[in-house]
Design a protein around this ligand. Structure first.
Ligand SMILES: Nc1ncnc2c1ncn2[C@@H]1O[C@H](COP(=O)(O)OP(=O)(O)OP(=O)(O)O)[C@@H](O)[C@H]1O
Ligand SMILES: [Mg+2]
Length: 504
């Protein structure tokens, strides 16, 4: 086709000169193009205009070559893979933008995640949302068949979710009718007469060990030495009172007062079995032990742990909570600590025969109240946490700061050492906001890098529910999201909010 010279005029111009306008086909309106996020591509040098950051030369960029496994060493917290989407959806990972799921037992079973126990420690400054996070976890795990057991609710803050789930919370405290026997047999004594010798021996060992550990803890918390001699006496009394020594077909129920009475009025047999010269000698040597046990049946604790349990837990219920706020309100923190220890032992007993698949979240909120009672209290918690791999329970412990467990004893003492090791019994640690003062301590005890420390003291302090999740060797920056209903059920600021203000 020949190209029209520039001077040439078109046919319609020619006709227009003679007064005829040719009809025109309306030009189709162009379809709007797809909306582009970045409508203009800016070259690496920038836009050459005032105020547009144009650079005449590019700064030299260092290039590195490494595998994705090596990068997190140089750039920790670079958005890596999120944990698999199983378990409770907790919120989102602010680095990857993806949903973040919490599934402690699932993580233990996943070989690609370095988590070998399902224990969870939650640290955080008061009011940062530790309890709210645990409550959200409990509620969201119900759909996977998990049930929760709150061993000692010191502030009555789990009562709301318990009632919302249709379960009446159980309350114990001075002047209340509820009783818990920490020396309860639990389900282990069921059908005792039908068991064969091996099974009786196995169950007996579990029962006596638990009771022994509890009595050691209770006595030790009152700064009374518990030597192998005391240990022998207690073991003997426990076996005599239950009828184990005489091979009774049904184990008799025992309580702390019956153990105390047996020590106060020792039989000739007990005195000689424990190798004391005389009854007088026995009474003199066991005075500390007897007084320590006696004090548990008097004062603030009187009538709480010294008779048969009046509480029959319904193990099919989605949550069981034991409120201790009445005792807490009395202001006797030692009594609260002792009560927590008794509840621990009782709770452990109740879980000793858990059937496979009966999965629980066992919560110890404000655990520092228990551990600061001393080395024996720390040891009790320690043994509970070690058992979690056997019974499949998710043990959740909340603390204010990592040094809380260390208040169990002087720095460097045995209690402090065990308490420090306690921190390593949980492969899942959730660090919510903390003050700068705690940062160095955190870094030291948990091996945090300065970058992790900054997250805890900076970003996590800016909003509730923000936390650095340490899952095995992986780290995640997670914002927990509460639903409106959960916000209502987890609201704990009633006491400080003005009376007119409604919960958010
Ligand atoms: N992710 C969240 N989003 C919105 N509100 C939250 C979130 N987490 C907690 N809160 C609110 O913050 C308040 C304090 O939370 P919570 O009681 O769980 O703190 P805590 O760390 O357990 O405090 P304490 O150490 O005193 O027990 C509650 O009213 C709760 O509803
Ligand atoms: Mg709390």
């Amino acid at each position: 086709m020949r190209r029209r010279p520039d001077s040439a005029r078109s046919v319609d111009t020619l006709l227009a000169d003679f007064g005829t306008d040719l009809p025109r086909q309306p030009a189709p309106t162009p379809e709007p193009g797809p909306e582009r996020l970045f409508p203009r591509v800016v070259k690496p040098g920038g836009v050459r205009r005032a105020g547009h950051g144009w650079a005449p030369t590019m700064p030299p960029l260092a290039g590195y070559s490494m595998t994705s496994e090596q990068t997190p060493v140089l750039w920790p917290l670079i958005a890596g893979d999120d944990p698999p989407p199983t378990g409770a959806p907790m919120g989102f990972n602010t680095l990857s933008g993806g949903s973040f799921y919490c599934d402690p037992l699932g993580w233990v079973n996943d070989d690609t995640i370095q988590v070998t126990n399902p224990n969870v420690f939650v640290f955080g400054k008061p009011g940062r949302g530790k309890s709210a996070l645990v409550k959200a976890l409990m509620l969201r795990m119900i759909r996977f068949g998990y049930r929760s057991l709150v061993l000692g609710d010191v502030k009555d803050e789990y009562e709301d979710i318990s009632r919302a789930l249709g379960v009446t919370p159980y309350q114990i405290g001075p002047g209340m009718p509820g009783r818990i026997n920490p020396l309860d047999h639990g389900p282990l004594a069921q059908d005792w007469q039908t068991l064969d010798r091996a099974e009786t021996a196995r169950r007996g060992a579990v029962l006596f060990n638990r009771w022994h550990a509890l009595i050691r803890g209770l006595v030790g918390s009152q700064a009374v030495p518990f030597t192998p001699t005391e240990s022998r006496v207690v073991n003997r009394v426990l076996r005599d009172l239950t009828g184990w020594t005489t091979g009774q077909t049904v184990l008799s129920e025992i309580t702390i007062p019956t153990v105390w009475a047996a020590l106060n009025t020792p039989t000739e047999n007990l005195v000689s079995e424990c190798r004391y010269d005389s009854r007088r000698d026995f009474l003199d040597s066991t005075r500390g032990l007897r007084d320590a046990l006696g004090s548990l049946c008097e004062g603030e604790l009187e009538g709480l742990f010294d008779t048969k349990s009046t509480f029959e837990p319904n193990w099919r219920a989605p949550i069981q909570t034991l409120s201790l706020s009445a005792l807490h309100a009395s202001g006797n923190e030692a009594a609260v600590g002792i009560a927590l220890m008794c509840l621990n032992s009782w709770g452990q007993g109740m879980r000793e025969m858990a059937t496979p698949g009966d999965q629980r979240i066992v919560l110890r909120d404000e655990a520092w109240m228990q551990t600061r009672l001393g080395v024996e209290a720390v040891k009790t918690l320690d043994s509970n946490l070690r058992l979690s791999r056997n019974d499949g329970d998710i043990q959740v412990v909340t603390y204010h700061k990592p040094s809380d467990p260390l208040s169990a004893g002087d720095q460097g003492s045995q209690a402090a050492q065990i308490a420090k090791d306690l921190l390593h019994l949980a492969d899942i640690r959730i660090l919510m906001g903390q003050d700068h003062e705690v940062a160095a301590e955190l870094g030291h005890l948990l091996g945090l890098t300065p970058m992790h420390r900054d997250i805890v003291t900076g970003w996590a302090m800016q909003d509730k529910g923000r936390a650095l999740w340490m899952v095995g060797d992986r780290r995640y920056k997670v914002q927990t999201i509460l639903t409106p209903l959960e916000r209502r059920l987890t609201y704990t600021n009633d006491a400080i909010a003005t009376p007119a203000a409604d919960p958010p």
